[in-house]
Write a protein that binds this ligand. Structure first.
Ligand code: KG4
Ligand code: ZN
Length: 355
């Protein structure tokens, strides 16, 4: 059973072919260089770049999959077409949806609409074409989602049944890292830049920035006060000081963001008495965050899963194809000519298609 999946929610034009949990082929065309000069994603530029690349990416992924299975493949050989319909940038999402509908109509296929964040949850269960790693699903489990647009703690009681236990009330964790890097005049995206500089500073917590919301009983996050503390801490410095002290500041800032993530995750695991955690989203690639979460789950004698291959942490269509497979098991498909609107603020709890 083959699914061709498309994700154009932000700045990656990505298409994959999956079979159940196995990724047969995956192609993505990143626009990071185009957007980095603007210090963030410019929606109109993203839309145009997606539109220019999407046909090429679809063709390439089919060709690569053909090599994997030793026979030429076309879209006609697919069983379903999956596509991200939210959350994300409206005009960017639209490019993927239109392409999915076009392929579905042309080849008489049904569409599986997928929430980008459920893709990030399922990314930890992706397998290569040989079925590795095996990782079984043990419900209930918790998912910590940390990306540029989202910070969420999600409870899964079954496939595609999500309950959001906590989320950010302002900035997302990745967004906070991006903004801090920008404040000191470093590039976009800030997450990887801060990771590198913090590592050079031995991930030490020199400044002890505030840990927002830790005293609150709920499981929500807030990073905007921390961002302000960072701004106050650094804005009196001249350029030379910024350059010489940036490692210390970034290291401390990263520690504050991650400490908050870890402590809230700890609280969520305690409250639910759950011992299995999955982590997804662009920030999940960070080695320091992984170390802290591994330590936490070790202490609790539990298990933590990260996406098993690097390309699965950032945005990619492979995770969309995998989530689509489990939606299909619940009978969630739509006809090619049915209306499928993009939902830029789509929530995991308000998936219009399934409820
Ligand atoms: O999941 P993603 O690729 O896109 C969204 O759906 O938002 O996440 C992008 C976020 C950005 O904020 C970026 O700075 C962050 O992931 N990120 C990192 C690292 N690489 C990317 N954060 C921390 N450490 C990294 N190495
Ligand atoms: Zn994402």
């Amino acid at each position: 059973m083959l699914i061709l999946s498309i994700d154009t929610s932000a700045d990656e034009t990505s298409v994959a072919i999956t079979s159940e949990r196995r990724v047969i082929s995956h192609v993505e065309y990143t626009q990071i260089k185009t957007h980095s000069q603007w210090g963030g994603i410019v929606p109109s530029i993203a839309k145009r770049a997606h539109a220019e690349r999407i046909d090429y990416v679809v063709e390439k992924v089919l060709k690569q999959a053909g090599k994997q299975v030793n026979r030429p493949l076309t879209a006609a050989d697919m069983d379903y077409i999956a596509v991200t319909y939210g959350p994300g940038l409206a005009i960017a999402l639209e490019v993927g949806i239109i392409k999915a509908q076009e392929l579905a109509r042309k080849y008489g296929k049904k569409i599986i609409p997928v929430n980008h964040m459920e893709g990030h949850i399922y990314s930890s269960f992706a397998q290569n074409s040989n079925g590795a790693p095996e990782r079984a699903f043990h419900f209930p489990f918790l998912a910590l989602l940390v990306s540029g647009g989202h910070t969420e703690l999600v409870l899964l009681t079954d496939h595609i049944h999500y309950q959001i236990l906590g989320q950010t009330v302002d900035d997302a964790a990745g967004e906070a890292l991006d903004k801090a890097a920008k404040m000191l005049g470093f590039g976009y995206p800030g997450g990887p830049i801060i990771e590198r500089l913090a590592e050079e500073s031995a991930n030490k917590d020199y400044h002890r920035f505030p840990r927002p919301m830790l005293r609150s009983k709920d499981l929500n996050f807030s990073f905007s006060g921390l961002k302000t503390a960072f701004l106050y801490g650094t804005n009196k410095m001249n350029d030379q000081e910024k350059a010489s002290k940036s490692r210390m500041y970034f290291s401390s800032f990263q520690e504050a963001v991650f400490d908050t993530l870890v402590k809230k995750t700890d609280k969520a695991l305690e409250q639910t008495d759950i011992k299995t955690l999955t982590v997804g989203g662009g920030v999940a690639i960070n080695k320091r965050l992984r170390e802290l979460l591994r330590n936490l789950l070790k202490k609790k004698r539990g298990t933590v899963y990260f996406p098993p291959y690097k390309y699965l942490t950032g945005d990619n269509a492979a995770m969309i194809g995998i989530a689509a497979y489990y939606k299909l098991q619940k009978g969630i498909t739509i006809e090619a000519d049915q209306t499928l609107d993009r939902v830029p603020r789509l929530s995991l709890e308000k998936d219009l298609i399934i409820r």
